[in-house]
Each structure stands twice: as structure tokens, then as C-alpha cells.
Design a protein around this ligand. Structure first.
Ligand code: FAD
Ligand code: UDP
Length: 370
């Protein structure tokens, strides 16, 4: 068999690319080392609830083209992400907005909230933040930093906030309005029926081989020339592709513990509850039915435990610090010289991409090919 493309990885990037090029008449074979499609966005129906098996995924974008593109494959509901922070039993609305400030200080007007934050910022006297702690203190002051940022962040990343780059929290909105929407984007929602259905539709009519690792595939099926292809689209880890010859890129991992509670209809009254103290070992509890306004009997909750990463573990968050970014840059240069291979996706480009950015990048890559 001959294919125009061998696509490595049936995540959102590989599936988008495969979908677009196959519609234009190119042939492709998708190989995926897991036993399911979807990569990180994989959802599984458990007792009538679509469970996000690799962490909560909320689709949000301001990119009209990406929004129109994904809407071909699913209808999206109007879920708006509004997490609650739980600090030792005290509950606060997120992201930081007038509801949070009212709960934290009892203030009611933007002017009162701004005054408190200004006073706290001035006390810290930080003009040029050089790390996450300084960034947070100069943005929201000490009260919010200590109750809602420090513990969560140190658990999440396994490092002191002073040793983390500030950009990690720059994406958190700060608003002086009563508005609990976690995102600022124009479009937001959860696909009705789950994300796996989107990937299935994208890959309709395309040959997919599950449980197939790239290197093993090259050594077996492709070695005897039974299967040939012109180009490879590789969405696995870039350092793995090059056999780690320049060193290993680091990731932060996660461990998800699912609990099926058939006797409980509503566990926490919200999809996302963040535990922002240092002592609770998990960072958040997800109650999946709330993503889809599902009123079924029973519920499924997932506790998300941050975990150290070692080679072989599931790579979740790239650690984009100086060391890793410099190493990635060296791999990127190697990748550019690698003939017949396109690298893409969050592992192939070592970037913490949201779903919409992954789709946009895959659309661009497919266009460049066509
Ligand atoms: P992946 O989904 O990782 O797909 C890559 C695929 O390649 C995988 O299936 C993998 O098994 C396969 N593969 C790797 N190596 C090989 C190999 N050697 N051979 C064969 N197959 C291989 N984004 C949002 O927009 N909103 C959110 O709310 C959100 N929440 C998130 C929560 C968590 C906990 C995490 C970790 C990410 C979240 N994201 C979110 C980001 C989102 O998951 C990614 O943008 C997206 O899934 C990346 O798609 P991808 O195809 O690049 O990578
Ligand atoms: N964060 C925090 N407190 C919270 C939620 C997030 O301090 O209650 C910080 C934390 O450092 C985290 C970053 O903000 O790594 C980004 O959070 P977001 O929810 O955007 O990231 P996700 O992990 O969902 O991709």
C-alpha cells in the first residue's frame, strides 16, 4: 500500500490535518500508539456522562475560522467556565473579579476593590516582576496571591513560585466587573456528545491503526516496504523522534482518579472546583455532568493530582523555562533539516497550546501542503 502521508498521532492536530488533506484527495494512514483516538481530548461515556479522560477540556476561541471548522463536526452547548476556588473551606469565584473581591474583602464597588489592590501592590513595591510570585503580587496583591495562587501553583508545577516564569499566570483574567467567565474569548462551549465524536467525524473514511507506535511501525510494517508513504506528519514528542540525542525535554505530569458515584446526583454543584491550599494533594475536582447540563442519576468526579514526570510517563504540560526552550530550539533546527517530516501539535512543537491554537496550526500546515 502507498499513502501520500503517514500521520503519527490521532490527537486534534493529526486528525485536523488528516481531515483537510484527505478532503483534497490526498491519501493518508493514521497511526496512534494509544488504543483510542483523540489524544488528550478523548472523552468516554460512563453511565451516560461524557468523562474527559485526560483532564477537563473547555473549548474557547476568538478565531472565526476555527470555530466554523469545529462546528462542522459537533454542536456546541453554551457552557461557560466559571470555576470555584476552595481555600480551606472558604469559597471564592474565579477568575479574579468583583465576586472574588466581595468574598475576599467584603467590598462592593470596583473603586473599593481597586483601592485595596493598589494598596497591596504598593506595599510590595515590585516594578519589574522577574518570577511568578512577583508577577502575582504586582498584579493582585498578597491576599489573593496567598489564598488563590501560591498553593495551587506550587502543587501544579512542583516548584516554588519564585522559581517559576511569570507568563504562566498572565493568561488568568483580572476584572473589576461581576463576571465569572474564565475566558475572554468570543466563542465557548462543550461539544454535545463529547470530543471523541468530533475526532471520529474528522477521521471518517481514513484508515487508522490504533496501538501502533511510530518507531515500531517503521521497524516492522514499513521496513519490508509493504507500506510506503511520501511524507510523515509527526505529532509525538520531538525529542523522542530524535532518540533524545540532544537531551530530554521536561514535562509536568498529572494523575487522574475517577470516582463513579451512582448514589450521588450532584457532588459539588459546579463542573470545576479548584483546591488552592498547599495541603490538599489534588489541584481540582471535576464533576463532568455539569459540562453538559446533564440531569441523569449518579455522577462521575475526577480528582486531578499533579505529578513529577519521568520518561515514559504521560507528558501533559511542557515546562517552558529557559533550559527547555533552549533545548527545544536545538531540536527545532534539527527538525527543519529532517526531509519528508513535518512536526506539529503540542508535543511536536513543545508548546502549551489550547485546542483552538492546535486546530489553527494544523489548518495552516495542511494549507501549506496543498
Ligand atoms: P495530543 O492530544 O497529545 O495528541 C498526540 C497524539 O500522538 C497522542 O494521541 C499520542 O498518543 C500520539 N503519539 C505520540 N507519540 C506517538 C508515537 N511515537 N507513535 C504513535 N502515536 C504517538 N485546551 C483547551 O483549549 N481548553 C482546555 O480546557 C484544555 N484543558 C486541558 C487540560 C489538560 C489537563 C491538558 C493537559 C491540556 C488541556 N488543553 C486544553 C490542551 C489540549 O489538550 C491540547 O491543545 C490538544 O489536545 C493537543 O492536541 P495534539 O494533537 O497536539 O496532542
Ligand atoms: N492558577 C492559580 N490558581 C487557580 C487556577 C490557576 O494560581 O485557582 C494558576 C496556576 O499557576 C496555573 C495557571 O494559573 O498553572 C494557569 O491556570 P489555567 O487554569 O489557565 O491552566 P490549565 O491548567 O487549566 O491549563
Amino acid at each position: 500500500m502507498h499513502y501520500d502521508y503517514l500521520i503519527v498521532g490521532a490527537g486534534l492536530y493529526g486528525a485536523t490535518f488528516a481531515n483537510i488533506i484527505s478532503k483534497q484527495g490526498r491519501t493518508c494512514l493514521v497511526i496512534e500508539k494509544k488504543n483510542h483516538i483523540g489524544g488528550n481530548v478523548y472523552t468516554k461515556n460512563i453511565n451516560g456522562i461524557n468523562v474527559h479522560m485526560y483532564g477537563a477540556h473547555i473549548f474557547h476561541t476568538s478565531d472565526e475560522e476555527v470555530w466554523n471548522y469545529v462546528n462542522q463536526f459537533a454542536d456546541f452547548n453554551n457552557y461557560i467556565n466559571s470555576p470555584i476556588a476552595n481555600f480551606k473551606g472558604e469559597l471564592y469565584h474565579l477568575p479574579f473579579n468583583m465576586n472574588t473581591f466581595k468574598e475576599m474583602w467584603g467590598v462592593e464597588t470596583p473603586e473599593e476593590a481597586k483601592k485595596i489592590i493598589e494598596e497591596q501592590r504598593a506595599k510590595e513595591g515590585i516594578d519589574n516582576p522577574t518570577n511568578l510570585e512577583e508577577q502575582a503580587l504586582s498584579l493582585v496583591g498578597r491576599d489573593i496571591y496567598e489564598k488563590l495562587i501560591k498553593g495551587y501553583t506550587e502543587k501544579q508545577w512542583g516548584r516554588d513560585c519564585k522559581d517559576l516564569p511569570s507568563f504562566i499566570i498572565r493568561r488568568l483574567p483580572l476584572r473589576f466587573e461581576y463576571n465569572n467567565n474564565y475566558f475572554n474569548d468570543k466563542y465557548q462551549g462543550i461539544p454535545i456528545g463529547g470530543y471523541t465524536g468530533i475526532i471520529e467525524k474528522m477521521l471518517e473514511g481514513i484508515e487508522v491503526r490504533l496501538g501502533t507506535d511510530y518507531k515500531t511501525f517503521l521497524a516492522n510494517e514499513a521496513a519490508g516496504k509493504d507500506i510506503t508513504f511520501d511524507l510523515v506528519l509527526y505529532t509525538g514528542p520531538i525529542d523522542e523522534y530524535f532518540d533524545y540525542k540532544l537531551g530530554q525535554l521536561e514535562f509536568r505530569s498529572l494523575c487522574f482518579k475517577n470516582e463513579i458515584l451512582s448514589e450521588v446526583d450532584d457532588y459539588q454543584g459546579n463542573a470545576v472546583m479548584n483546591y488552592t491550599d498547599r495541603e490538599t494533594p489534588y489541584t481540582r475536582i471535576i464533576e463532568h455532568k455539569h459540562f453538559e447540563f446533564n440531569k441523569c442519576k449518579g455522577t462521575v468526579v475526577t480528582k486531578e493530582y499533579p505529578a513529577a514526570w519521568k520518561p515514559g510517563d504521560e507528558p501533559y504540560y511542557p515546562i517552558n523555562d529557559e533550559r527547555n526552550n533552549a533545548l527545544y530550539e536545538k531540536y527545532r533546527i534539527l527538525a527543519e533539516k529532517e526531509e519528508g517530516v513535518i512536526f506539529g501539535g503540542r508535543l511536536g512543537s513543545y508548546k502549551y497550546y489550547d485546542m483552538d491554537k492546535v486546530i489553527a496550526a494544523a489548518i495552516d500546515a495542511a494549507r501549506a501542503e496543498l
